[in-house]
Design a protein around this ligand. Structure first.
Ligand code: ADP
Length: 161
């Protein structure tokens, strides 16, 4: 059986914490599709195309990981690509409530798809895309938290402003 797992998120932008989850998941499943959600409600800093392109560059060393954008219901996207597992990362108790709620709803929508949680690595439990965006906005050094292509992307964005 060829198991396809979907790792969905906004990835605005992808951090080393996200990459760690994708890499660990890639050792457990045959194929991982990183699903970059349009997340228009969140009003992302990077466009959907930019977030997809960054995620593709960052995950390129992982041979069984690919990246696709999606819009709307996650479960519809999972079905459309033949996925049977949804992977989510868990950092702290604060993630838990929301994640369990979403997992429950998704299970209600389609009980044949399992949600699997990967505990954040100790070093990344405090790390989020919003913290990276905040440091970047104030001109601080966030280079330990992201791949160098993300630093370039922020530089380009701010230079264009
Ligand atoms: P969303 O908008 O769906 O929360 P994010 O891009 O913020 O999207 O996160 C995608 C997934 O990655 C979520 O399951 C989130 O909990 C997880 N995640 C985010 N940051 C980390 C991290 N530092 N370590 C492990 N998992 C993380």
């Amino acid at each position: 059986m060829h198991v396809i797992a979907i790792y969905p998120g906004t990835f605005d932008p992808m951090t080393v914490g996200h990459l760690d989850v994708a890499a660990r998941a890639s050792r457990m499943f045959d194929e991982i599709i990183v699903g970059v959600a349009a997340s228009t409600k969140k009003n992302p800093f990077f466009s959907l195309e930019e977030r997809v392109e960054l995620a593709r560059e960052i995950t390129s060393p992982l041979p069984n990981v690919s990246v696709q954008p999606f819009n709307g219901l996650l479960m519809r996207f999972v079905k459309s690509v033949g996925g049977t597992v949804v992977v989510r990362g868990l950092r702290a108790i604060s993630d838990f409530d929301y994640e369990v709620q979403i997992a429950g709803v998704n299970r209600h929508l389609d009980a044949s798809v399992e949600t699997m949680f990967i505990a954040a690595a100790q070093d990344y439990t405090f790390l989020s895309s919003s913290i990276v965006r905040e440091i970047a906005r104030h001109g601080g050094d966030y280079s330990d938290f992201v791949h160098p292509v993300v630093v370039d992307a922020f530089d380009k964005k701010y230079a264009a402003e």
